[in-house]
Design a protein around this ligand. Structure first.
Ligand code: SF4
Length: 357
């Protein structure tokens, strides 16, 4: 398969042009067409010689990702379902203003993007893992989600979270390439402080990231403060139990990198006072902030969110132990905004349709 136009890196493009005897300024001209003017084919790059356009067309694939469904909710969170060139489905969520989302200022327009088709990690609260992993997205398919959502919504995105379908660190090479494009001034120009990668806790990759030059913020989905509780929610905890995971985090933080925790509050599962106290110990050890997220109901799963009083009680224990913890007001609850749900519903509907004809 040819590399995608929306996965092009300026420096690599300059090398490609040099090998063909084309002037180096063409590289910036081309990335401007792709990432600033947002054209979807080399034919539209009218200031390039025809011969060069033909060479680029032969070398790179043009975007084939298609938006097949858009759902908007009462609070204006919007969900986008994409069909990829191989007919697989992925989704992105646009969240307009989120005061409590990762502590960002309230005027940020956040996109939650997918990094894989499906997911192999099977976290028990998540629809994305219900049908397993299909394949990794390439960098172009990740970047295209931002470009297509901006075009469809008319919004300028200035905050990116890799918290959609897939485990981003299981697709590390493509993830880092996409982040380079999203962050670069010749690319989408979104600052590193406004790019957050969320992981279920792949300890070896967290160590690898400690030595990585690409900048972004790392969020660890903890969801349980002891192996017993975390293991019930996240099967990955069997492979990387808390001791192994937290040692990798120690290494990451020792390299002067900060991380934050996400903790989904599930009634009767991980919302006890004892879990709050254990969580506070872990957060203090790593100087990490905690983002508490009330559980989002997933069709087919039986868990529920704790009462607002219990959510606030959990938060206040953390605060009493000196930990900074925000409690997110759940957005998009009414449009199945938790990752993987829209895709799952669409796949089921397509299956039913096929059965009925
Ligand atoms: S939460 Fe993330 S890592 Fe866990 S199953 Fe869902 S997509 Fe995969």
């Amino acid at each position: 398969m040819k590399p995608s136009l929306t996965g092009i890196i300026l420096e690599e493009l300059a090398d490609f042009l040099r090998e063909r005897g084309a002037p180096s300024y063409r590289a910036k001209q081309i990335t401007d067409w792709i990432y600033k003017k947002r054209v979807a084919s080399f034919d539209a790059m009218t200031d390039l010689p025809n011969e060069l356009r033909a060479e680029l067309t032969a070398e790179f694939d043009t975007p084939k990702t298609e938006v097949v469904r858009v759902l908007g909710s009462k609070d204006t969170t919007q969900k986008f379902l994409f069909r990829l060139r191989d007919q697989n489905l992925i989704e992105s969520v646009l969240i307009p203003a989120s005061p409590a989302l990762y502590g960002q200022p309230s005027d940020r327009r956040t996109i939650c993007v997918s990094s894989q088709v499906g997911c192999a990690y099977g976290c028990k609260f998540c629809a994305s893992g219900l049908e397993g992993w299909t394949r990794n997205l390439d960098a172009g398919e990740i970047v295209e989600q931002l470009i297509a959502v901006e075009e469809k919504s008319g919004e300028k995105i200035d905050n990116v979270v890799f918290m959609g379908m897939g485990e981003p660190l299981a697709n590390l090479k493509n993830l880092l390439r996409a982040i380079r494009i999203i962050n670069a001034s010749w690319g989408l120009g979104i600052g590193a402080r406004h790019i957050t990668v969320s992981t279920s806790g792949l300890a070896p990759q967290i160590r690898e990231l400690a030595n990585e030059s690409t900048q972004f913020r790392l969020a660890l989905s903890l969801h349980g403060a002891t192996d017993e509780v975390r293991g019930q929610i996240m099967p990955v905890n069997r492979r990387y139990p808390l001791k192994v995971l937290l040692e990798a985090c120690d290494y990451y933080v020792a390299k002067k990198r900060r991380m934050m925790f996400e903790y989904i509050l599930i009634a009767g599962v991980n919302d006890t006072d004892e879990q709050a106290r254990e969580l506070a110990k872990i957060a203090r050890r790593l100087s990490a902030k905690i983002n508490l997220i009330p559980y989002n109901t997933v069709e087919g799963l039986e868990w529920s969110r704790p009462s607002r009083a219990r959510q606030k009680g959990f938060q206040s224990i953390l605060r009493r132990h000196g930990v900074v913890a925000t409690l997110r007001r759940e957005k998009g609850h009414d449009i199945a905004a938790a990752c993987g749900q829209l895709r799952l519903q669409t796949k089921q509907a397509e299956r039913e349709l096929r059965l009925s004809v």
